[in-house]
Design a protein around this ligand. Structure first.
Ligand code: NDP
Length: 255
């Protein structure tokens, strides 16, 4: 599938990896649906997409993925008449040892990172079958590897990885592919939203240049490039894959 003219939903397009993915799809000539809660930020992404491709057709849907999944799919079909690619990128992190973390935090993360993906996938699937489209989920290295003080976030992304594989099998007979990317540390608002100060974030990034084999953390655009690859015909025989975009961090073991 060439991406020109294809209709692509990107959740969490108002920031970071989602904003970069939206820009990359716009550059490819796709019609991009920008989903997020922060309208000002969505408009900023819209401007970036327009700068990348002045002819890009764009639709902003201000929505919360936990409550508005059906509206997101219906509004897309109303506007563009079809859906070719669903990028489930919206997500949040959360820290805390099992001794501290409470069930409200568990429910919050599972709701945003897993339940919303289930709902969006369910509503999108009939439309993706019609177009022989595909799904790309934005998981994390923490879905593939385990870390202390991150149990709920790790569990939500491991669930997303398993969901990716299971739905890939459900939809393979319909020729709809489903894959995930598993980024390492990527420079976005994500960690600052966890409450890190600018100073702590600088230290965090410096430390993580040593935990990724390539000796640096990643950029949102590097994840966007992988999303484009998995959404396009270049990956026509790939489904059920969880692809680390992590400078080799998944292959490392502390010494
Ligand atoms: P950002 O914090 O920069 O962006 C998160 C995006 O998710 C925002 O656009 C936000 O939009 C959206 N979002 C969060 N909750 C909701 C909601 N309830 N409804 C709609 N949109 C929502 O982080 P990243 O770009 O880094 O994160 C994107 C994905 O990448 C996440 O799934 C994250 O887990 C994953 N990831 C990130 C890594 C990193 O190091 N940065 C590493 C591995 C994975 P708004 O606020 O407008 O609602």
């Amino acid at each position: 599938m060439s991406l020109a003219g294809k209709v692509v939903i990107v959740t969490g397009a108002s920031s970071g990896i989602g904003a970069s993915a939206a820009e990359a799809f716009a550059k490819q000539g796709a019609k991009v649906v920008l989903v997020g809660r922060n309208v000002e930020n969505l408009k900023a992404t819209e401007a970036v997409c327009k700068a990348a491709n002045s002819k890009a057709e764009l639709l902003i849907i201000a929505a919360d993925v936990t409550t508005d999944a059906e509206k997101i799919i219906n509004s897309t079909i109303e506007r563009f008449g079809q859906l070719n690619v669903l990028v489930n990128n919206a997500g949040v992190g959360g820290t805390g040892s099992i001794l501290d973390v409470d069930v409200e935090e568990f429910d919050r993360l599972m709701n945003i990172n897993v339940r919303s993906v289930f709902l969006l996938t369910k509503y999108a699937a009939p439309h993706l079958i019609k177009t022989q489209g595909n799904i790309v989920n934005v998981s994390s290295l923490v879905g593939l590897r385990s870390f202390p003080n991150l149990s709920v976030y790790c569990t939500s992304k491991a669930a997303l990885d398993q969901f990716t594989r299971c739905i890939a099998l459900d939809l393979a007979p319909k020729n709809v592919r489903v894959n995930a990317v598993n980024p390492g540390v990527i420079v976005t608002q994500f960690h600052k939203n966890l409450g890190m100060s600018a100073e702590d974030y600088a230290k965090f990034l410096a430390h993580h240049s040593t935990t990724h084999a390539l000796g640096r953390v990643g950029e949102a655009q590097e994840v966007a490039d992988a999303i484009i690859f998995l959404a396009s015909d270049s990956s026509s025989f790939i489904t059920g894959a969880t692809l680390p975009i992590d400078g080799g961090r998944h292959a490392m073991c502390p010494r």
